[in-house]
Design a protein around this ligand. Structure first.
Ligand SMILES: Cc1cc2nc3c(=O)[nH]c(=O)nc-3n(C[C@H](O)[C@H](O)[C@H](O)COP(=O)(O)OP(=O)(O)OC[C@H]3O[C@@H](n4cnc5c(N)ncnc54)[C@H](O)[C@@H]3O)c2cc1C
Ligand code: FES
Length: 1292
């Protein structure tokens, strides 16, 4: 709603600074701290950092060159922003570098250590309303009836606007942030919008002896500020601290308290604000519609009233200073100063708020929130604490409104707090706090209510409150720290240097151009997908609600519209092609049925919601929605023999050698969504002679070209696909085939030039091209997040059954695995998965291994390759088995891991020639080095001590290895030198954030520097530009994926440079002879041009059997702390050592390692990609799908990039880094399991039956979300503890 910003000036990241006027210090720091990868989130990060600086420095000018921003505030500055690539650590460091309380030496790897930090002048930060914009401000005509948008400036004006016409639909608007949650609101048509933010009464703060009255249109941030002014008032300080966890800073800056309360009152929004304000006994003032009468209610009463009418207005909210409810003559409120202590010195007010949510700093709705106040005093005997009165509010747990647990309040009133009383209170509470039917995790939410009640009153049983009372808010301290050990390799300089990522500043300023940034050509139309919501059904008809075609809709394209010469193909693949559109029958929920084309993206998005599809299931079989059902019905995809998992050794012999066996144990995994920040997008522009120009956000332009040509029925040369950069791919914008290729090559069954073609997700571009071809005008789409999440699939869910045999010392002798893989509707690349899974499982020496994978075809959305596909699951399967063996034998799991690590000989047996030379097997070295680097063995003891001393928090520490096989691919390249000496490089690899352009540039500079003219390699760097992929310029582009495209593209470019060097060396020699040298690069090129030497070289890199495949190694140790009352996990520390060979750019590789690890963290700890019973994805937005944020990463995050020396078969001795480190995040999950095990052991000691029924060899599900962890720690852990304590006391 653009009217909402009427009267505002907007400064974008580009407005702060840019390539023309000079970059802002924020941009420079982001680039220098290597804090950008795909760059799609980076302008948002820049603005968040900038606003944090602005806020910090607005009242007191800071010291020259630094900001008043503290390190703790710097961390919070980006806590509301999502980034899928960087892992956040470098972003936080970039922001911290402005703080006066931080030493740059303590920050992460950056380019400033040598040259110093770029200037930061806070005085230039002030953003004023620009003069030129002031001139644009027009005064409104005084007849508001003329406009749909009104901004009254007084209550009376508001009243007259609301009373204008009957039958006119009116929406009051404050911050308008509610449309982020109630997305359907955006599509609703109102006759009139009334912006209430300019009415002084609604933005005023009034203080009197009763309390603070806050206008309803005051932003949450402003309210926090106001409450903080009275920090001595305990309740205010607590409310402000809680409010800082509502949403993110930018929502709090705009969203108002009134908006929040109305959302909760009218629509049952799971509000934090209302819960804490009910506990604070807040009241509200309402102006009724029509009459204008003002009424006052307690907030609690107001919430339970019928939904406020559209034309009624919430005027204000009052938070009272505390007054005892049960007023006795001895209690007298002293509003300003005595929130805690009253006239009787033994009467205290306690107030506390609670919230359990997936993200500690906010930006996630709570599973449950609560706020309690209590007035307590010593009993007559002075040996116990009496609750004189209390108020217990709970909310957001799956009920309509925040409620008070009145039965519990009444029960506790007058009681002396004891374990027995608490246990009875808990029992009453469990009957009162019951989530509504259909709420997720109901048991968990109820248990949180118990937990919070226990936390609040528990300490009163020991009188500890008398020594300091309840907790005061602590001064915030910085959470994160890091250390990196990196070797910058000089041998091939500038290759090996941690130089700044190419284009990083452009990304930070927002100037970097992604597909959707390309201005729409004239007559451009916009499309959106219509997908099935049924798993298996005939499509009888597609129409609109009430048979009314929405205005601006131009058509719905289905398979019937595909030209006769073309085919219904949305992806062309190795095994089979995928359909672009479902035909007569839809085979899964989420399958694309049609493409709606409209005049704007907004119309297209809204119109798809009005589409009605008539389905019919008569005569169709039941859909297959589980792998078990698929197996029963033999619904399986064929796995070609060369892709089937290969057994190693003799499984029967291995089992017979075993002294112990675990048989038929099970593990299962769900899926993970890519969550690239830039969703699928394309722009297709018809050209002359039946040609099509397509801008596509893809990792495989060549395959997009092929698919479009097939769909339109035109030769491939009619289709030009251009991709400059992609805002994150992670496999979702291509389907990876590297593993399969490697197997093919190893088998020698095909020459490596005839590669299997992966299927690629070309559907989006193909639909746009089809639309453009039919409509004969440009068509584009930017798929909305919901549609993207529902239609693109993700990782393969799988179920594993295994039997393992082992000796008493933990040495495993045999492992037999059966894996059921849910491939979804189409084959995609699923038949390649077994080899990925097996490769990762084989990180240990299993003695003998047998392996059976069934690739199940189900009526669910087709699953595809997501970063480290199969490998991440395989690696974890291995850990889960090792953990099981350790539990069985009661041996430390770290010992079992060590016992089963490969020797070089066993590595060779399992991985054949991928194992390389003995010196290349660095895993045992990494394993030992990590123990030293992380102080692992000492910390194991500290963890044990911690667990012995702490009842409600348990720690776990775990170290895991990773082995990851990669393969290099055939890759073309071209390097050309222009007349002015500038160099242009074409490679097929796409810059998806992995630093491909940077590495290629470094390689070209190094290679051309070998001429040794007067211009150094470092100087040459500035002359090189790597350009966008263009399928009609450089052919045979293949895909970007599999961790090796940067290296392969660099090598292709190096080979091209060799050709140029060969041509230039004689020219150089002649010039040196003539001039006596040295000869500059520019004069050398000028001479070459004069001699008409061909200054453009194309060539290809073709790996062979010795250079094509190798194994990568890494080790990580993670330590976690689990709050067993809430299930919350804090990752205290992670240490990683990763073998990068000789890194081509350690800054880039460090980013890959950290980013991959954090994405893995999401898989293991947070991300639930769930389907309903029809197989339709239901976690389809940021509200329900939680990727890691800055507050969920390791607090201490240390990475060492091991320079493992010379590897003759690698490109300049380098090794891949893009995917393998993702596997190391399993260390966090294993550490959580260790902590949960400690919690279970503790419960065992509280149990009357010696812990019978408590399973210590449990499998902790993936992801180990808060509800899962709490469930395993015991939903009734508080009750168990109290019962045990009571029992103990009785027996004493
Ligand atoms: C990403 C995100 C995360 C969030 N997380 C949390 C969270 O963790 N906890 C939490 O408690 N909240 C959370 N919220 C909710 C947030 O606090 C509210 O969106 C915000 O406070 C609403 O204020 P607004 O001014 O934007 O309301 P608007 O969107 O302008 O209005 C909301 C509704 O209230 C009506 N309205 C507004 N003011 C008045 C008034 N004075 N009188 C009558 N009607 C009025 C409007 O007509 C509209 O129907 C989150 C919101 C977002 C977008
Ligand atoms: S760099 Fe943040 S999402 Fe890619």
């Amino acid at each position: 709603m653009t009217s909402h910003i009427d009267g505002c000036s907007i400064t974008t990241s580009e407005g702060l600074g840019n390539s023309r006027a000079g970059f802002h210090a924020v941009h420079e720091r982001i680039a220098g701290f290597h804090a950008t990868q795909c760059g799609f989130c980076t302008p948002g990060m820049s603005v968040s950092m900038f606003s944090a600086l602005l806020n910090a420095d607005k009242t007191h000018p800071p010291r020259a060159g630094v900001s008043n921003l503290t390190a703790a505030e710097a961390e919070k500055a980006v806590s509301g922003n999502l980034c899928r690539c960087t892992g956040y650590r470098p972003l936080v460091d970039a922001c911290k570098s402005f703080s006066a309380d931080v030493d740059i030496e303590d920050l992460g790897f950056n380019t400033f250590c040598k040259k110093g930090l770029p200037c930061y002048d806070h005085a230039s930060q002030v953003c004023t309303f620009p003069e030129f914009l002031k001139k644009e401000l027009k005064s409104l005509d005084d007849d508001p009836r003329k406009y749909r948008w009104s901004s009254p400036v007084s209550i009376s004006e508001l009243q007259s606007l609301l009373g204008l016409e009957n039958g006119v639909s009116v929406k009051l608007v404050a911050g308008n942030t509610s449309t982020g949650y109630y997305k359907e609101e955006k599509d609703k048509k109102y006759d009139r919008f009334v912006d209430i933010r300019r009415i002084p009464e609604l933005t005023a703060v009034r203080r009197d002896e009763k309390g603070v009255e806050l206008g309803a249109a005051i932003s949450i941030s402003k309210v926090i500020e106001v409450l903080r002014e009275k920090e001595s008032v305990l309740i205010f300080a607590k409310i402000a601290a809680h409010m800082e966890k509502i949403a993110s800073r930018f929502v709090r800056n705009t969203g108002t308290i009134g908006g929040n309360i109305i959302m909760a009152q009218r629509k049952h929004f799971p509000s934090d604000l209302t819960t804490i304000l009910v506990a604070a006994r807040a009241t509200v003032k309402i102006m009724s519609s029509g009459s204008g009468v003002q009424e006052q209610y307690t907030l609690e009463e107001f919430l339970h009233r019928p939904p406020l009418e559209a034309k009624s207005v919430l005027l204000s909210l009052t938070i009272p200073f505390w007054r005892p409810v049960k007023n006795s003559s001895t209690h007298r409120a002293d509003p300003e100063h005595s929130q805690m202590k009253h006239s009787r010195m033994d009467t205290h007010l306690l107030f506390e708020t609670y919230r359990a949510a997936p993200r500690p700093l906010g930006n996630a709705l709570a599973f449950l929130n609560a706020a309690f106040s209590a007035e307590v005093s010593l009993n007559e005997a002075g040996d116990g604490v009496v609750v004189n009165d209390c108020l217990l509010a709970f909310g957001a747990y799956g009920t309509k409104h925040a409620i008070r647990a009145k039965k519990v309040e009444d029960f506790l009133a007058g009681k002396v707090i004891s374990d027995e009383v608490l246990l009875e209170a808990i029992s009453l509470l469990k009957d009162e706090i019951v989530p509504d039917k259909g709420t997720s995790n109901p048991g968990y939410r109820s248990s949180l209510a118990v937990t919070f009640l226990f936390e609040f009153f528990g300490s009163l049983t020991t009188n500890s409150w008398l020594n300091g009372g309840c907790k005061e808010p602590l001064k915030p301290v910085a959470m994160l720290s890091s250390a990196q050990q990196i070797v910058e390799n000089q041998e091939y300089s500038p290759v090996g240097k941690g130089i700044e990522k190419t284009g990083a500043k452009l990304q930070a300023s927002g100037e970097a151009v992604y597909v959707d940034d390309i201005p729409s050509p004239e007559n451009c139309l916009y499309g959106e997908f219509i997908y099935s919501t049924m798993p298996l059904a005939r499509i009888k008809s597609i129409g609109f609600k009430e048979n009314r075609v929405p205005e601006g809709v131009l058509g719905i394209i289905t398979y019937k519209d595909i030209p006769k010469s073309g085919k219904n193909v949305g992806a062309k693949g190795f095994f089979a092609s995928d359909l672009l559109f479902a035909e007569e029958v839809t085979h899964c929920a989420g399958q694309i049925i049609a493409f709606l084309v409209a005049e704007s993206q907004k119309i297209a998005d809204i119109a798809t919601k009005l589409v009605v599809i008539d389905y019919d299931t008569e005569g169709l079989e039941e859909p297959i929605l589980s792998v078990e059902d698929a197996v029963k019905k033999s619904s399986l995809f064929e796995i070609p023999p060369f892709l089937r998992g290969k057994p190693v050794g003799d499984i029967n012999k291995g089992m017979s050698e075993a002294e112990h066996k675990i048989l038929g144990s099970k593990i299962s995994f769900g899926s993970q969504y890519f969550f690239y920040m830039e969703t699928q997008t394309a722009l297709a522009v018809p050209d002359e002679d039946n040609c099509m120009l397509v801008y596509s956000s893809t990792q495989a332009p060549e395959f997009v070209q092929r698919t479009i040509a097939g769909c339109l029925g035109v030769p491939e040369h009619n289709v030009r696909v251009i991709t400059r950069r992609v805002g994150g791919g992670f496999g979702g914008k291509v389907m990876k085939a590297t593993q399969a290729q490697s197997e093919l090559l190893l088998e020698g069954s095909r020459p490596n030039t005839e590669r299997p073609t992966p299927i690629e997700y070309s559907l989006v571009a193909a639909a746009c091209a089809l639309g453009a071809s039919i409509m004969q005008c440009p068509v584009r789409t930017y798929v909305n997040r919901k549609t993207d999440m529902i239609t693109t699939g993700g990782r393969h869910p799988m179920k594993i059954t295994y039997s393992v045999g082992f000796k008493s010392n933990g040495k495993i002798t045999a492992l037999d695995l059966e894996i059921l893989l849910d491939a979804g509707l189409s084959e995609d690349l699923s038949p390649f998965m077994p080899s990925g899974i097996q490769g990762a499982i084989m990180k240990y020496d299993w003695g003998a291994l047998s392996f059976d994978v069934k690739v199940c075809k189900t009526n669910t959305v087709s699953r595809t390759s997501v970063r480290a596909p199969g490998d991440v699951q395989g690696s974890y399967i291995a850990e889960a088995i090792i953990e099981k063996v350790a539990s069985y034998l009661s041996i430390d799991v770290d010992v079992i891991r060590k016992v089963n690590l490969h020797t070089y000989e066993s590595l060779r047996l399992f991985h054949s020639n991928k194992a390389g030379e003995p010196t290349e097997y660095t895993l045992p070295l990494l394993w030992d080095k990590l123990a030293e680097f992380s102080g692992f063995n000492q910390r194991v003891k500290v963890v044990e001590e911690f667990n012995a001393l702490n009842r409600w928090r348990k720690r776990g520490i775990s170290r895991v290895p990773a082995v990851y096989g990669v393969s290099m691919r055939f890759t073309p390249g071209r390097v050309s030198v222009l007349r002015d000496g500038s160099i242009v490089v074409e490679v097929p690899g796409i810059e998806i954030g992995q630093g491909l352009w940077t590495k290629v540039k470094q390689m070209v500079a190094f290679s051309l520097g070998l001429i040794q003219c007067g211009t150094t390699s470092d100087e040459l760097l500035d002359k090189i530009r790597v350009i966008q992929a263009d399928t009609l310029s450089l052919v045979q582009g293949s895909i970007t994926g599999g961790s090796t495209t940067s290296v392969a593209s660099s090598e292709a470019a190096r080979i091209c440079c060799d050709g140029l060097v060969e041509r230039l060396l004689p020219v150089h020699a002649a010039l040196v002879e003539k001039t006596g040298g040295p000869v500059t690069w520019d004069s050398l090129i000028s001479q070459a041009y004069q001699q008409s030497i061909n200054m453009s070289v194309s060539n290809v890199y073709t790996p062979d059997i010795s250079t094509g495949y190798y194994l990568n190694y890494g080790v990580a140790a993670s330590e976690v702390e689990v709050n067993i009352l809430t299930g919350e996990t804090t990752i205290l520390r992670t240490d990683i050592i990763y073998d990068c060979g000789k890194s081509l750019n350690p800054a880039v590789d460090l980013g890959q390692i950290e980013g991959a690890f954090v994405q893995g963290l999401g898989f293991f700890m947070l991300e639930e990609y769930l389907m309903n019973s029809d197989g339709l994805i239901v976690t389809d937005s940021t509200w329900t799908y939680k990727i890691p944020t800055v507050d969920t990463i390791p607090r201490q995050f240390n990475v060492e990039i091991l320079n493992s020396g010379h590897h003759k078969n690698r490109v300049l001795s380098s090794k891949a880094s893009g995917e393998p480190p993702l596997l190391l995040a399993a260390s966090v999950h294993c550490a959580v399991r260790a902590a949960v095990k400690e919690a279970k052991k503790q419960i065992q000691t509280w149990s009357n039956n010696n812990g019978q029924g408590i399973d210590l060899s449990f499998d902790l599900p993936v992801p180990a979300t808060m509800p899962v962890v709490k469930d395993f720690c015991g939903l009734d852990v508080v009750e168990k503890y109290l019962e045990w304590n009571i029992h103990q006391k009785k027996n004493f």
